[in-house]
Design a binder for this molecule. Structure first.
Ligand SMILES: C[S@@+](CC[C@H](N)C(=O)[O-])C[C@H]1O[C@@H](n2cnc3c(N)ncnc32)[C@H](O)[C@@H]1O
Length: 269
């Protein structure tokens, strides 16, 4: 198991999820909605709200075929498949998260529209020109070989297809606040600046439709909505160990300008 797989492994994830749902007053024997799971399964900066905003700018249409790379528990895949009538494939390297994603797809009755594949973003197991949209949230920051990553995304997109993403990007100096939600140690932290990201994407044939730095917006909203965690409340801590410290380090790094939050929509011709 690589250090990155170890970082994202969560043992007994199905049992943890079921216990977390029950503790939050949800009944896994009954059909759940993607919205009810929103605090649990959007494992990225800004959570469900950020996914809804990305969905708005990504302009995914009914009938589109979507790929969610590094899908985690597939919260965004369920949001997309339920909000827009479309098919979503998920690729995720952690077998534990794949198992959690399959469980939650079943509990929400969305297993017919969402397929979960264990595999690597650097070697996508799909033919060329398969997808209308590739979606990725908080994953590239763990991947050093961005040329291969963006080349793979361009390869599996249909002509005219779009890549919609949000990522952490490098700030003015490297962060020294560890552990972070995505990196236990500096070796796991593969950030590039927003400019470098755009340039790498351009080199792989992508055309910018939207690129924005949402760090300040995110920080002002987080400050306005800061509420202490409540015991039994559904949240990422169901499957992320040491979450409070990791989240505090990410917030501090953002406040100090050592990391930035960016999102974008890029197109291939
Ligand atoms: C911070 S989580 C984000 C999960 C999901 N995108 C979300 O926003 O809820 C990062 C995910 O990327 C996955 N990941 C990291 N590197 C990957 C790679 N090379 N190929 C596939 N998945 C990867 C991790 O296993 C983890 O599930």
């Amino acid at each position: 198991m690589s250090s990155m797989q170890a970082h994202y492994a969560a043992r007994d994830i199905e049992a943890r999820i079921l216990a977390g749902l029950r503790a939050a007053g949800l009944n896994p024997e009954q059909r759940l909605t993607p919205q009810e799971l929103g605090a649990l399964d959007h494992f990225h900066t800004g959570g469900l709200r950020a996914s809804r905003e990305l969905l708005e700018v990504a302009q995914i249409r009914a009938g589109d075929h979507v790929l969610d790379i590094g899908a985690g528990l597939a919260g965004s895949a369920r949001l997309i498949a339920s909000a827009v009538d479309c098919r979503v494939d998920c690729i995720e390297m952690s077998p534990d998260y794949c198992a959690g994603a399959v469980l939650l797809n079943r509990l929400t009755g969305l297993e017919d529209r969402i397929a979960v594949h264990e595999g690597s973003a650097l070697d996508l197991p799909f033919p060329d020109h398969t997808f209308d949209v590739v979606w990725m949230q908080n994953v590239g920051m763990n991947i050093a070989d961005k040329r291969t990553l963006y080349g793979q995304i361009a390869r599996v997109l249909k002509p005219g297809g779009r890549y919609a993403f949000q990522e952490m990007a490098a700030g003015k100096v490297p962060t020294s606040n560890y552990p972070l939600p995505w990196a236990t140690e500096p070796a796991d932290n593969c950030l590039v600046s927003g400019d470098e990201m755009c340039s790498l994407l351009g080199g792989c044939g992508f055309i910018t439709e939207l690129f924005e730095d949402t760090s300040d917006l995110h920080m002002s909203r987080t400050a306005a909505n800061a509420t202490p965690a409540v015991a039994g409340q559904l949240g990422l801590s169901v499957f992320v160990d040491n979450l409070a410290q990791k989240a505090a380090n990410a917030r501090r790094s953002l406040e100090q300008g050592e990391v930035r939050l960016v999102r974008g929509v890029f197109r291939v011709d």
